[in-house]
Design a protein around this ligand. Structure first.
Ligand code: HEM
Length: 509
């Protein structure tokens, strides 16, 4: 079985089929030879298959010459265990592995983690021949979760056009949500507020407005119980995802089961209800979802795609932006002189300000915060083409899962001088501090890069500019920067410490 099938064919998405076939086979065996003989045969089969697989992975696998932790060479459960024992600090584990083993580390039986910036273009870039990996099989097909390159290309064109033509109409709407955000901070009267919660409420409202034409009502505190439980499911679910997403076959099985009954089902039902309402609206608004609707056949398959993509808008755009906003605000609070300079820049440009246009220092602050703390620690899982890939002097054999690690690359002194320091000026007046600009990929790069990047910048500019214009931001007494950053977890997205509070005090002129 190992030599003929498992070694040659990707079976990650066939686990439930495998379990069904095995169960049927076992039942037939029990009918033929009785339970105890069938059981002994089954134990013998699984033990010999496991021993052979482990021996093959350790001794004969084409990746055996790559260095890496011994356990990781044998099984991906090693990563799950490591995630658990480090309490979701895999980004730090990757840093340590890079220091110990170098630029190419075997982090799974058929997986290499790459910390070499020279790999970014050949693996992720426009001319890459490495398609998406098995992680992207785990849910129903959408723009993001598909491995079908033709489907992706066609659908990406629709999304790109939709973003291009709808964003200018959407800018005033973003400012309206920012008004609500600032009002909420004003109402707090300088009392501590939960930072991540505020930012999440903002980004979930903006994204649900974009997906369904109506916000979830979080910023104004008018959310329904269902919306509240969905936000909780999505946030809590990420910790579980952070543990199991390393093992695509397991993740695949779990996501199928939980979408039939369980937390993902509630999320799915809610999105179907809201998308059906949106479809019935016959909206004249030129927004993202209107473009998607117009470019999707009104067939059962088309509707499934729209349901999936409405969830994609929320899942791809909310956590990422909320985390980025949270980290930027913490950086500004701990670098008050930068905060004052951003305020000055915004005030001087108010006459021509639009969240669609770059403000050089504010954009530099966003860049620098994303460089140090990218919203997504996991990006760009790819599979090398059958002929393999050569990067400099390193040859990676075909059908290897490869993963670029942005957190490590962003803090590599080969790419950025003083890599652990927050220095926004490296993106404005100090370009000498950026050695390799191409290593900066918080939105990924190439054909699968972030389609919502411009929208995300609009949100971040709008919120940060308006907040620093009106408030001085402070962290509570006793806040220790080092401890805060140590608490950031890696559960696919970067997880900001949820209970961190911040005070927004009216600027005294
Ligand atoms: C600071 C905020 C954001 C960051 C850092 C970010 C980052 C990323 C990254 C790294 C990817 C590639 C993921 C991968 O390789 O699997 C991605 C993809 C994507 N992002 Fe974003 N994102 C942000 C905001 C948004 C927003 C606001 C939207 C709005 C809908 C969005 C929609 C998407 C979609 C649909 C994809 C999949 C694109 C494709 O596969 O063609 N993102 N994002």
């Amino acid at each position: 079985l190992h030599e003929l099938v498992l070694r040659r064919v990707e079976v990650d998405h066939l686990v439930l089929h495998g379990i069904a076939i095995y169960t049927a086979g076992f039942w037939i065996l029990v009918q033929c030879i009785g339970f105890s003989d069938a059981f002994c045969l089954s134990v013998g089969f699984w033990s010999s298959l496991s021993i052979w697989t482990l021996l093959y992975r350790a001794l004969w696998h084409p990746l055996k010459r790559f260095p890496g932790p011994f356990g990781a060479k044998l099984t991906k459960w090693w990563t799950t265990k490591k995630t658990w024992t480090t309490q979701w600090h895999m980004h730090r584990v990757h840093q340590a592995m890079h220091e110990k083993y170098g630029d190419y580390v075997r982090t799974g039986p058929r997986e290499i983690s790459i910390y070499d910036p020279a790999a970014i273009a050949p693996i992720l870039g426009l001319s890459s021949k490495s398609p998406k990996g098995p992680f992207y099989d785990i849910m129903e097909d959408t723009l993001h979760m598909t491995r079908n390159q033709t489907f992706h290309k066609q659908r990406r064109r629709v999304w790109d056009n939709a973003m291009k033509s709808s964003l200018s109409h959407y800018a005033p709407r973003i400012e309206e949500f920012t008004d609500q955000f600032v009002t909420r901070l004003r109402n707090a009267n300088g009392e501590p507020v939960q930072l991540l919660k505020c930012c999440s409420h903002y980004s979930y409202d903006v994204m649900s407005d974009l997906a369904f034409g109506k916000p979830m009502g979080f910023i104004k505190g008018e959310q329904s119980d269902v919306a509240e439980s969905i936000l909780k499911t999505l946030s809590d679910g990420l910790d579980a995802m952070g543990l199991i997403y390393h093992i695509p076959w397991f993740m695949n099985a779990i996501s199928v089961l939980t979408s039939v009954a369980g937390p993902l089902k509630a999320w799915r039902d809610w999105s179907v209800l809201n998308m059906n309402e949106r479809l019935a609206l016959k909206s004249t608004r030129s927004d993202l979802v209107e473009h998607l609707i117009q470019n999707t056949p009104q067939t059962p398959e088309g509707k499934e795609l729209l349901y999936g993509e409405s969830r994609l808008i929320i899942s791809a755009g909310s956590e990422t932006t909320a985390t980025a906003l949270t980290f930027i605000l913490v950086q500004l609070a701990t670098h008050p002189s930068v905060m004052r300079s951003v305020r000055k820049e915004y005030r001087e440009s108010k006459a021509t300000y639009s969240c669609q246009r770059a403000l050089p220092l504010l954009d530099a602050v966003v860049h620098e915060s994303l460089r140090l703390w990218p919203s997504l620690f996991f990006l760009g899982q790819r599979v090398t083409p059958p002929e393999g890939v050569r990067i400099g002097s390193t040859f990676i054999p075909g059908n290897t899962i490869v993963q670029i690690q942005p957190f490590v690359i962003n803090r590599d002194p080969r790419n950025f001088l003083d890599p652990d320091e927050f220095i926004p000026e490296r993106w404005t007046t100090r370009p000498d501090l950026v050695i390799n600009k191409d290593a900066f990929i918080p939105f990924s790069t190439g054909p699968y890069d972030c389609v919502g990047k411009r929208l995300a910048y609009m949100e971040m500019r709008s919120v940060i500019a308006r907040i620093v214009d009106e408030f001085d931001i402070h962290l509570p007494d006793g806040f220790i920067q080092e401890d805060y950053w140590k608490k950031v977890k890696d559960h696919i997205t970067a997880a900001a410490p949820p209970s961190q509070e911040m005070m927004f005090l009216k600027v005294v002129e």
